[in-house]
Design a protein around this ligand. Structure first.
Ligand SMILES: [Zn+2]
Length: 231
């Protein structure tokens, strides 16, 4: 009798413990992203309001060491089973997006790292230019050379995202700047829930935003803000 009561109580408690652990990992992840945001803020102030080539370069001693080497641990989410070593497809497939959206190039300069860097210095590919606004506008942005691409044809991701943030693109109903508090810069896809049949049962992405706060969204965050935005 006593044992069965304990079994019932334990059965009630274990899912709750699991939930607390998941939430603790999300808080820990948000804490990482907040510290990345502080490092990015300092970097921007010291580099004419531009973003670094990659999050890894925040730790490069040749580039104004903003963080101690040991602090690179803030680039690893506690819910990331690959500890930052997974390939881009390992990470991004979990977002439920299609193979054409893999964005391998956004992960590559960051290896090893758990996070997707939307303000990366990598060049926007020709196929992705339309994501950032009318060709006349995005084409007018000057490409910024980086150490891994000294002769880019198109602007970098951070330039495209800065333009999109200010223009409100692709919001067709309100072409005004996106709110700083929910426009993502760095994103973590390791907190989504998956069923035994490998289908996604919840969509939880942890974002460091343009306003340097932490915001939880769905993968297509624009639709959480405004369902009118076209895919
Ligand atoms: Zn995370």
């Amino acid at each position: 009798m006593v044992i069965s009561i304990i079994a019932v109580l334990a059965g009630m408690l274990l899912p709750a413990i699991g939930l607390v652990r998941k939430q603790a990992r999300m808080v820990n992840c948000g804490s990482n992203l907040r510290q990345v945001g502080i490092a990015l803020t300092v970097y921007k102030q010291e580099h004419d309001d531009s973003f670094p080539e990659s999050l890894r370069s925040l730790f490069d001693p040749t580039k104004a060491a903003l963080l101690e080497p040991g602090e690179a641990k803030i680039l690893f989410c506690p819910s990331d089973p690959f500890r930052g070593q997974g390939k881009g497809s390992d990470k991004f497939n979990r977002s439920g997006l299609t193979s054409t959206d893999l964005l391998e190039e956004l992960w590559t300069p960051e290896q090893p790292c758990s996070y997707l860097n939307e303000v990366s210095g990598v060049e926007i590919s020709a196929a992705q230019l339309s994501w950032f606004g009318p060709a006349a506008e995005i084409g007018a942005l000057p490409p910024t050379p980086t150490s891994y691409n000294p002769t880019p044809t198109n602007p970098s991701w951070w330039q495209g995202k800065a333009h999109q943030q200010k223009s409100g693109y692709p919001d067709p109903t309100s072409p005004t700047p996106w709110a700083l508090s929910n426009f993502p810069m760095i994103r973590c896809y390791w907190h989504e829930e998956w069923s035994s049949t490998n289908s996604r049962s919840s969509q939880r992405v942890v974002n460091l935003t343009w306003g340097f706060n932490i915001w939880q969204s769905i993968p297509y965050w624009e639709h959480q803000v405004n369902p009118e935005v076209p895919f």
